[in-house]
Design a protein around this ligand. Structure first.
Ligand SMILES: [Zn+2]
Length: 240
């Protein structure tokens, strides 16, 4: 396995990383990417972080327990923001009451059913308002290269445009970072395993179905399984 510096040098330049010791707010879903990023910013960049999670009627609400457990482990202030209007008014297979979660690879056309329209912008806007009111310096987002195939508001072009809007939205300087935006789940997992202490992936939740155990078949599960298989690591998460 490579060192964190080796991984970063291949996929990141310093403009993607918040300054060492700076303060930020991060959206933590409870999945692998945002959890790894939170640990990375605290342990590797020595940032002071506050975390927000969103309860938006997702079928996999179980992820919120994972977000909570990681924030507790790291001693991070954590708020869960309820957005009940999303599942009441929006259409997506990801939401309670929506159609069944499709099975198959993430990049398959049918996975687009799991898009929650404009989700990233809605949650990011709320997190920016929170960060600005707390006089923090940045918002960090756990988006990664694998998201780009089906989630338009996770692309680098979107992040760049959103950052420009955010910088114009307040008198005080506040910006947006997405340090993992060029990485795949494999590099993110590698970083998490190389942190000291490493991330406990038993405390992350990836499956889109809201069942007791991960299904192993939805796009999210498949991407996770592939990352663990490539790195020859056993996934501590419970699968069927
Ligand atoms: Zn699944």
């Amino acid at each position: 396995m490579r060192t964190i510096n080796e991984i970063l040098s291949g996929f990141t330049d310093m403009t993607l990383l918040p300054p060492v010791g700076s303060s930020g707010v991060q959206i933590v879903s409870g999945g692998m990417d945002s959890v790894t990023l939170l640990h990375f910013l605290i342990k590797y960049r020595k940032c002071e972080m506050t975390a927000l999670s969103f309860d938006y009627g997702q079928k996999h609400r179980k992820e919120l327990e994972c977000a909570k457990a990681n924030c507790k482990e790291l001693g991070v202030e954590h708020h869960i923001v309820a957005l009940p209007f999303i599942s009441a008014l929006f259409q997506s297979a990801l939401l309670t009451g929506g159609s069944d979660i499709p099975e198959g690879h993430y990049e398959a056309e049918n996975m687009k059913q799991t898009v929650v329209p404009n989700r990233n912008m809605i949650m990011s806007s709320i997190a920016v308002g929170f960060g600005q009111s707390q006089k923090l310096q940045f918002l960090s987002l756990g988006v990664h290269a694998g998201d780009h195939a089906i989630y338009p508001d996770c692309r680098a072009e979107f992040i760049d445009a959103f950052r420009k809007a955010v910088q114009l939205s307040d008198w005080n300087p506040f910006t947006v970072f997405a340090p993992f935006q060029r990485m795949t789940k494999i590099e993110i997992l590698e970083i998490g395993m190389q942190l000291r202490p490493p991330v406990d992936y038993g405390k992350t939740w990836t499956c889109y179905k809201g069942e007791e155990k991960a299904c192993g078949k939805c796009g999210a599960c498949q991407e996770r399984l592939e990352a663990f298989a490539v790195l020859k690591i056993t996934d501590p998460c419970t699968m069927l």
